[in-house]
Design a protein around this ligand. Structure first.
Ligand SMILES: Nc1ncnc2c1ncn2[C@@H]1O[C@H](COP(=O)(O)OP(=O)(O)OP(=O)(O)O)[C@@H](O)[C@H]1O
Ligand SMILES: [Mg+2]
Length: 643
């Protein structure tokens, strides 16, 4: 038989189509040995605060209130400090009134000095508590930010592949950067300040009324309506403005991210100028949105100051007349005017804070939406731990469609039935786009079938924990991905505890020991972004070594040797013979030379399995596979004659 691959002898053919009948006896011994020598797969990593299911405390929609409640102690502490700080600031006008009326008015210098000293003390208290408050709220704010970042990141880890395919990476980054940052101001002192300013407005109003009811009424009648109108206008316009700003910054980041990711193609196709023009247009919209919000602020700030000054003028005239008629003391009028200043500052501050709050709420809404996204592939609440499997994989009447865009749920797989015996090497062949990788994604449960079931050792994948499933499944994807880190980190990705000896051994078996040795620092050589410093063949070899180290019970190789030269491929295939022995392997291959080494082969066409059988059987049957093989053999023959 061409290729001279390994075969697990007698059971091929006999078990095909039969229900699962356990590990074939020829393999039983090897299987038991493997299970004995392999690391205990039920051992957990160090306790991390992560579970594939959303923790109980995070199941209700994300709102600021729910997020903040668990931190109420720290927030209350901060609030206490601010109340002290503001209170110390507010006694100023009262002490001034006492100084003027009791000290100056009655000619008592002692009272004047005492009032001045008390004023000084109050200011010192206010400054010291202010400093403490800033440090305190800073710490609390950072703690809140950390908790939120971890929560969002953990949620991203939970989401399934389909979501990442549909979502622009840049937009996800916006959630993690500018949206979370928008909450930073709120967490740091925004919320606390808001409470305090509101409190100040109430206290000052009460004090004003206690000094002189009619003067207080005049002040409020002039000032409050004007303030309210201005503020309402500001609220609505700035809501729209900030919404636009958030939208445009997300666009900027998304475009930036995409340009960076595609830099090589951009350069190759001379698209730099076009890129700059497009990015400029996006930046321009962002600029316009910012200018708009700036203009609103510019109108509101000085406008409300004008209202404040008009209010003070009114108080001076009305209050001055009351002083002249003896209904009010000079000290009380001075206190009144001072209080009005401290009355306006909080109102303005409140509006400013309202802005921060608005931006924060907008960000919280975006985060709520993200945190509400349920993983397409979720772990069932009653999922059980999957015990070490023997490796029977079965697809029962599986139908599947990605259902990506609207109206695009064209089925990709139709009624696929496959039974792969434990230890079998099973190949999938078929034209581009026929659904081979999709089958692989269903077997590793990156997606769930829309109809039918995928079973491993008779367990529906939907009823076992993701963790226990993935620990026993390995996949070498069509486009291997390398992380920033060392070559060692990348190979030992699934088993960080692997020793250097094990890694070197894996490299030796795969024939990449010389590749690793040629690297400047061997295993410690850093791999740059996505491994772009390595050739795609080298990347595939590292991905294979990674799978080799993980030693999964079921291994899916999706075109895992497609970028290798013939010699490396031969070395890898020998290594695979070792690796795959006693394990179930699903091999997706365009090269028939690779596929025909498998025990059985399935031909996938347009989402259907059209033929299943061993190489010889299929060739003898004279169907689709025989035609493929014929074409391949005819093309290969002349080469052989000359070679
Ligand atoms: N994430 C996705 N979202 C939507 N459609 C997808 C997605 N991935 C694949 N498809 C579609 O599903 C079909 C099958 O794709 P699949 O990747 O399984 O093909 P394949 O047989 O592995 O092809 P190849 O030999 O080129 O790797 C294709 O029509 C493809 O357009
Ligand atoms: Mg594919």
């Amino acid at each position: 038989m061409p290729g001279g691959g390994h075969h697990h002898g007698g059971f091929r053919g006999d078990t095909s189509g039969l229900p699962f009948a356990g590990v074939p006896w020829e393999l039983r011994q090897r299987y038991d040995e493997l299970v004995a020598e392999e690391p205990d797969i039920t051992v957990d990593e160090e306790a991390v605060d992560y579970s594939p299911r959303v923790p109980a405390g995070e199941q209700r929609p994300f709102t600021l209130r729910r997020f903040l409640v668990p931190h109420w102690r720290a927030l209350l502490g901060a609030l206490g400090l601010v109340v002290l700080e503001t209170g110390a600031g507010l006694v100023g006008p009262v002490l001034t009134q006492i100084g003027i009326d009791e000290g100056i008015g009655k000619g008592d210098f002692g009272v004047l000095v005492a009032a001045t000293v008390a004023y000084l003390v109050a200011i010192v208290v206010s400054v010291v508590t202010g400093a403490t408050r800033i440090a305190w709220t800073g710490r609390v704010g950072e703690r809140l930010m950390l908790a939120l970042r971890v929560r969002v990141f953990a949620h991203l880890q939970r989401l399934s592949l389909g979501w990442f395919t549909d979502e622009k990476a840049g937009r996800v980054l916006t959630r993690m950067t500018s949206d979370i940052d928008a909450l930073s101001a709120l967490f740091h002192d925004g919320l606390i300040n808001m409470a305090v300013q509101a409190l100040t407005v109430v206290v000052v109003s009460v004090v004003l009324f206690s000094y002189d009811t009619s003067l207080a009424l005049v002040t409020l009648a002039v000032v409050v309506p004007a303030m309210v109108v201005a503020t309402l206008w500001f609220r609505t316009t700035s809501d729209q403005g900030y919404g636009a700003v958030r939208h445009h910054i997300a666009e900027v980041l998304a475009d930036l991210q995409e340009s960076l990711a595609g830099m090589r193609l951009v350069a190759a196709h001379n698209r730099q100028a076009h890129n700059v023009v497009r990015h400029r247009a996006i930046l321009d919209r962002y600029r316009a949105a910012n200018v708009y919000t700036g203009r609103i602020g510019a109108l509101y700030g000085p406008g409300s100051e004008l209202v404040a000054v008009l209010g003070q003028a009114a108080v001076l005239v009305v209050g001055g007349r009351r002083v002249l008629s003896g209904q009010l003391s000079v000290g009380e009028l001075a206190a009144f005017i001072l209080f009005i200043a401290t009355f306006f500052a909080p109102i303005q501050q409140l509006v400013h804070l309202y802005n921060t709050y608005q931006a924060g709420q907008a960000a919280a809404a975006k985060l709520r939406q993200l945190l509400r996204t349920a993983p397409g592939v979720a772990e069932a609440p009653d999922a059980v731990e999957l015990a070490p499997v023997e490796g029977e994989v079965r697809l029962e009447s599986v139908c599947f469609g990605y259902g990506a865009g609207p109206g695009d749920d064209a089925p990709v797989l139709h009624d696929v039935n496959l039974t792969i015996s434990p230890g079998e090497t099973f190949a999938l062949v078929g034209p581009t786009g026929s659904g081979k990788s999709t089958i692989a994604k269903l077997v590793t449960r990156f997606y769930d079938p829309t109809e039918g079931r995928v079973l491993i050792d008779g367990h529906d994948l939907r009823h076992v924990t993701l963790d226990s499933l993935r620990r026993q499944l390995g996949i070498v994807p069509q486009e291997p991905f390398l992380f920033a880190g060392s070559v060692r980190d990348n190979i030992a990705f699934a088993r960080p505890d692997a020793t250097d000896a094990e890694l070197t051994e894996a490299c030796r078996v795969l024939g990449i020991d010389d590749l690793v040795e040629r690297l400047p620092q061997g295993l410690a050589t850093p791999v740059h972004e996505r491994g772009s410093s390595l050739s795609s063949g080298q990347r595939q070899l590292l991905a294979l070594a990674r799978a080799f180290i993980a030693r999964p019970r079921v291994l899916v190789l999706d075109e895992a040797t497609s970028s290798l030269d013939l010699r490396s491929e031969a070395v890898v295939e020998r290594a695979l013979d070792v690796l795959l022995e006693g394990r179930t392997a699903i091999l997706i291959a365009h090269r028939l030379a690779t596929a025909m080494r498998a025990d059985r082969i399935a031909v996938v066409e347009a989402g259907r399995v059209v033929e299943v059988g061993a190489h010889d059987e299929l060739v003898a049957r004279g169907g689709r596979y025989a035609a493929l093989y014929d074409a391949w053999a005819r093309a290969a023959q002349p080469e052989r004659a000359t070679g």
